[in-house]
Design a protein around this ligand. Structure first.
Ligand code: SF4
Length: 416
């Protein structure tokens, strides 16, 4: 590990400042878009947002040249850094102790994928064995990393992740020329297999894996994204897919022939993708349910659960005193917690609109889709085209979203 080059002109403070800048654009733990998605759809239940975790970067000097990334090799104007594993381990543990949360450790591809992975593995080993850190560690796996190095990293980390990045394999040659389906899916498969075998062998290895998927890099529709996410959950047992917006705000060297339009995927789309994802993971929806062939894109003005209900109006209204759990949670305005409360209450009394209100069910949204003991209070809207306007996401919710995610003019993201 002694041959790591640390640029002389950057001291620790400079490197920390650059690292914090990089960290702003790495999602996977507490992205603003995810928080916003939850604010926009209070009835779509999700686990509470994880606490802020310090994001530590081994290096920002990448040999790859992904068009959207602030660390890309073709970007000359940027200072880059590389920490020695011991330096990174100490900084990460100090920061984790200061924040009282876990550690997220990532890197650009420094020299090559295996070399970087070896440094990451050594960093997490030092955090555990020399600095005695016992908290949560999430470590990145480089595209194409050797399974043995993945094993070495996973021995000390709780979670591993390799970023899938694009929703369609043709996207790699378009925006991330040195990446390809094989060098992403091979480590993902290796992590999934090692999680399983470690459980069986009762040996220490990370217990979960996640990935990051960019929306908008290849002009793909949301159906393509949700279908891929569904397949990744199924095939690799992922804990989470994190969605990030594609940013391409400055022309990148090496992509002249691609003629990529300068663009930024709107954040409302990320919010809708997170909602659709939660519907698949927690509510039993399928990719076809949230993005059917006839409507392959999520809507800005209607959340995906409401959009599903509007496509299945023949199923409504449902009687809250007799509907089963799975039917209740498909009612706009009734989430998992409220559905449980309704079923529990039914054991003791008849559920009325007033009782639903006291249970904090959103009657504003659910009223069109339910009866309480045969009583319907939704007026005539259910059979009218105006139902959609009545259920639109309010302007105020979208402005919360804008306020949380506004980042006009931010530099390109960096992630590996
Ligand atoms: S996304 Fe990763 S591999 Fe691509 S340039 Fe950025 S740091 Fe390098």
């Amino acid at each position: 590990m002694s041959n790591i080059i640390i640029p002389k002109q950057l001291d620790i403070e400079d490197k920390l400042a650059l690292m914090k800048d990089d960290a702003k654009y790495e999602v996977g733990l507490d992205s603003e878009a995810e928080k916003t998605a939850l604010l926009c759809a209070s009835d779509i239940k999700s686990k509470p947002a994880p606490p802020k975790v310090p994001k530590m970067f081994l290096s920002s000097a990448c040999v790859f040249n992904c068009a959207y990334c602030g660390c890309r090799s073709g970007r000359e104007e940027r200072h880059s850094y590389c920490h020695a594993p011991r330096e990174l381990a100490k900084m990460a543990v100090d920061e984790a102790k200061r924040c009282g949360h876990g550690i997220f450790v990532s890197s650009a591809i420094y020299k090559n994928a295996d070399y970087t992975q070896e440094l990451l593995a050594e960093s997490v080993r030092l955090m555990r064995e020399e600095y005695g850190y016992r908290g949560f560690i999430h470590a990145k796996v480089m595209p194409g990393a050797d399974p043995l190095l993945i094993e070495k990293t996973g021995r000390y980390a709780d979670r591993l992740s390799v970023n899938i990045e694009v929703a369609h394999s043709s996207g790699y040659s378009r925006v991330a020329k040195q990446k390809n389906k094989a060098n992403i899916l091979a480590p993902m498969g290796s992590i999934a297999a090692q999680i399983q075998s470690a459980k069986y062998d009762k040996r220490r290895f990370a217990t979960s894996q996640t990935t990051q998927l960019m929306a908008g890099s290849t002009g793909e529709d949301d159906r393509t994204i949700m279908t891929l996410a569904g397949a990744l959950y199924r095939k690799y047992g992922l804990k989470r897919v994190y969605y990030t917006a594609f940013h391409y705000l400055h022309e990148a060297k090496g992509y002249e022939n691609e003629q990529l339009p300068l663009t930024q995927t709107p954040y409302w789309r990320m919010a809708r993708l997170y909602q659709a994802d939660r519907l698949m993971q927690l509510y039993g929806f399928t990719p076809d349910d949230v993005t059917p062939e006839s409507e392959p894109n999520l809507y800005e003005d209607i959340d995906p659960k409401t959009a599903w209900a509007l496509r299945h109006l023949d199923m409504y209204p449902v009687e809250v005193n007799t509907a089963d759990f799975d039917t209740l949670i498909r009612v706009p305005g009734i989430g998992i917690t409220c559905a449980k409360r309704i079923i529990e209450a039914r054991r003791h009394c008849t559920v009325t609109h007033d009782l639903l209100k006291r249970m904090r069910v959103s009657l504003k949204r659910s009223i069109y889709f339910i009866t309480c003991n045969g009583l319907y209070k939704g007026g005539s809207l259910l059979d009218s085209p105006d139902i959609r306007s009545a259920l639109r996401t309010g302007k105020s919710e979208l402005s919360i979203f804008d306020a949380l995610t506004a980042d006009e003019g931010k530099p390109e993201g960096s992630s590996c």
